[in-house]
Write a protein that binds this ligand. Structure first.
Ligand code: TXA
Ligand code: MG
Length: 312
């Protein structure tokens, strides 16, 4: 059910859950001050309680209220990338960030979104917690219709159109060695941070550290019901369903799902989750995915999402 901005902000203010657009992916939002709605988010998504939520703030100036003992680069990172698709994991002010939001960790994740409707909402309701608006483990939602697919037609949704980026924010954590690390690849790439940090942050490996530093990354993610066969050796011409690129040919394929051109990663990210969702909608059980694309920049994020999507 699509609701107006007024209706949506009223619902959030009343302690209800609302699906909201952001520039990255849609979120399932609740006010930071609505403990029951926060609990409901975990139930609705079937999200494990050990996977903490991101807090969406209206302005970078609020960070000092909700987080403390900030590493010195925070101001410069915030000035450069907020509003926008960067999430920072910081020491939480535990008096005002409820334990359920941060999965009982001493830290919490924060970002200042740039979508005009999200900004307006946060401006009128205050900080919003919002995980991606999808059933836990499945592809994220990048338009209002995806919300209806996952949560039913009656689910209250503020329709902000198709998300401009289509994949999640990039999460940075401050590691014990005094260096920032990328805990989740996303819209921003490691090199984007070089101008502020003086180095491109390394990717946190899937080690024990990562479990502690970014718990959500251990869970199943982004996977459609369809089984994905990642094609590193090129398409062999077998009759099968293909997920591929619009500037390539897949002769003999049964069906082709196009991600966009192999020259435009920003188009591919925008179409990625919708393409994975369409496989399921069209009853496809198995698909070959063309993995022949560069391993740099935004392609690294696409590569990581497809690998996770193929995990069972
Ligand atoms: O683009 C985005 O970030 C979207 C939109 C809606 O803002 N949100 C999103 O939320 O992707 P979600 O819940 O799908 O992913 C949140 C990620 C998880 O991987 C979680 O582990 C991590 O943020 N996270 C949250 N709090 C954390 C914390 N205190 N320490 C480490 N990681 C944290
Ligand atoms: Mg998610």
């Amino acid at each position: 059910m699509r609701v107006t901005f007024e209706e949506g902000s009223k619902r959030l203010g009343n302690g209800e859950v609302l699906a909201i657009p952001t520039e990255t992916v849609y979120g399932l939002a609740a006010s930071l001050n609505a403990p029951r709605a926060i609990e409901e988010i975990f139930l609705l998504k079937r999200r494990p309680a050990d996977n903490p939520l991101i807090i969406h703030l209206g302005s970078k100036d609020e960070i000092g209220t909700y987080a403390q003992n900030l590493p010195e680069e925070v101001q410069a990172l915030a000035a450069r990338f907020w509003p926008g698709p960067m999430t920072l994991v910081l020491e939480a002010n535990q008096d005002i960030v409820p334990p359920s939001v941060r999965a009982n960790l001493p830290t919490a994740a924060f970002r200042v979104p740039s979508h005009p409707l999200t900004r307006q909402l946060v401006g009128s309701v205050g900080p919003l917690v919002a995980p991606s608006a999808n059933l836990s483990g499945f592809p994220s939602a990048t338009c209002a219709q995806h919300i209806e697919e996952d949560f039913g037609e009656d689910f209250p949704t503020l329709d902000g159109g198709e998300c401009s980026f289509g994949v999640e924010s990039t999460i940075l954590v401050y590691d014990v060695d005094g260096k920032w690390k990328v805990a989740r690849q996303g819209v921003l790439i490691a090199e984007d941070f070089e101008s502020v940090l003086g180095y491109a942050p390394e990717l946190l490996g899937l080690s024990q550290d990562k479990g502690v530093l970014c718990p959500g990354q251990f869970h199943r993610h982004y996977a459609p019901r369809a089984e994905l066969k990642l094609g590193y050796d090129g398409y062999l011409g077998t009759p099968e369903t293909v997920v591929g690129f619009s500037d390539r040919h897949y002769p003999g394929a049964d069906a082709i799902f196009l991600l966009g051109p192999s020259t435009a990663p920003e188009v591919v990210t925008q179409k990625l989750y919708d393409t994975l969702r369409r496989l399921d909608k069209e009853g496809c059980e198995k698909a070959f995915v063309d993995m022949e694309f560069p391993r740099e920049g935004l392609w690294k994020t696409i590569h990581e999402r497809l690998i996770r999507a193929a995990e069972k």
